[in-house]
Ligand binder design. Structure first.
Ligand code: IMP
Length: 170
């Protein structure tokens, strides 16, 4: 186990206060990046006590699991227009930073008032470019992690904590 349930709960509460300070007056659209962020978003939005809406998108990166090709594809798009709106993109984890970089550029091309990024986890060691994360839950080592929405081959999303996967476990 890397990060326990209580530690996550406390940090999500802190992040929700930071989000409220920055976006609470701005009627933002909170964008849940599927699938991994769904647990984090569900907990985060229930801590927010100001007007906002929620939308979903799905991005997938291609290439093998060791080296990303750098190609990201939008598999499911938002349902609402974001022009002149403040957008908060919520991710499960920023690893190489390519997904966040792609999503920011894609959303910024739609003339929003602003785009900020919130990620529960951040693996700084792997960033090909310094990805701009405005709200970050935890910086973690460069290991594969599961739980609290994050999966290994579709499994373990239900774990209430974040765990490291050791090679012998796979
Ligand atoms: P990127 O390398 O920053 O583009 O990360 C893209 C996506 O890879 C994340 O949104 C996750 O879905 C997935 N990912 C990266 N690292 C992990 C991990 O340690 N566990 C589970 N999924 C991961």
């Amino acid at each position: 186990m890397l990060i326990g349930e209580e530690e996550i709960r406390n940090r999500v509460a802190e992040i929700s206060r930071d989000v409220r300070d920055q976006l609470g007056e701005l009627d933002p659209i909170i964008v849940c990046v599927l699938k991994g962020a769904f647990v984090f978003v569900a907990d985060l939005v229930r801590q927010l006590d100001f007007p906002f809406s929620v939308d979903f998108l799905r991005a997938s990166s291609y290439g093998n699991s060791v080296v990303s090709t750098g190609e990201v594809k939008l598999e499911l798009d938002l349902q609402q227009a974001i022009s002149n709106r403040h957008v908060l993109v919520v991710e499960d984890i920023v690893d190489t930073g390519l997904t966040v970089q792609y999503l920011k550029a894609n959303l910024e091309s739609r003339n929003p008032a602003s785009v900020s990024v919130c990620s529960l986890l951040h693996k700084p060691a792997n960033n090909v470019k310094l990805a701009a994360v405005d709200f970050c839950g935890f910086e973690i080592p460069n290991d594969f992690v599961v739980g609290y929405g994050l999966d290994w081959q579709g499994y373990y999303r239900n774990l209430p904590f974040i765990a490291q996967v050791h090679e012998t476990d796979t």
